[in-house]
Structures are given as C-alpha cells and as structure tokens.
Design a protein around this ligand. Structure first.
Ligand code: FES
Length: 107
C-alpha cells in the first residue's frame, strides 16, 4: 500500500493517489483506473457504470501492466468486444492500480 501514479494519455495528465484512500467513488472496482479517473476530472467513458458490461472504459496500458490487478475471466470476455483491442488493453473499471501506470484512452 502506498502512493501510486497514473498517467493518462493523450492528455498527458499524471495523478498521484494513495491506495489507502480507495475507493474514491462508486463507479468501477475500488482503486480502478476508472475510479481514479472520475475522481480527478478525467473524462473516461463508463456507459455501464463500471460494471464490466460495456467496453467504453477501454484503455491501453503503455507502462506498468504488472502494476494492475490480474484480469478476471469476465473482463477478458467483455474486452473481446472492444473496438481497437490490443494485447495491452484493459477495462478501466476492472483494472485496479497497485503501482505506477501509464494508460492511453483510445479515441
Ligand atoms: S464501464 Fe462498462 S465495462 Fe467498464
């Protein structure tokens, strides 16, 4: 537990949060990329409210893949439907931040 930094591209905005403050809101898993984004004014879409039921919170992890919680089957199945899927894709509402990461929000 400690401070972690999440950088959002293409905004190039870095947010530092403390894991002890999780959760920040009620969208997505506590401490997820979505949770952190919404608490800090980052516009990450979340049509299903952070319930792993859409793909609008899709992000591409540029750095720190190992700093995120492992992917569960639900997320993997859902992610398969994401537009522009990559090997470094995650759902922002399901990926919990445990260390520094850089993520890109696709168009
Ligand atoms: S907000 Fe719908 S899957 Fe993440």
């Amino acid at each position: 537990m400690g401070k972690v930094r999440v950088t959002f591209l293409p905004l190039n905005k870095t947010i530092e949060v403390d894991e002890k403050d999780y959760p920040f809101g009620d969208h997505g898993l506590p401490g997820s990329i979505l949770d952190i984004a919404l608490a800090n004014g980052i516009d990450l879409e979340h049509n299903c409210g952070g319930n792993c039921a859409c793909t609008t919170c899709h992000v591409i992890v540029k750095e720190g893949m190992e700093s995120l919680s492992p992917m569960e089957d639900d997320e993997e199945d859902r992610l398969d439907m994401a537009e522009g899927l990559t090997l470094r894709s995650r759902l922002g509402c399901q990926a919990v931040v445990r260390g520094d990461v850089v993520v890109e929000i696709p168009d």
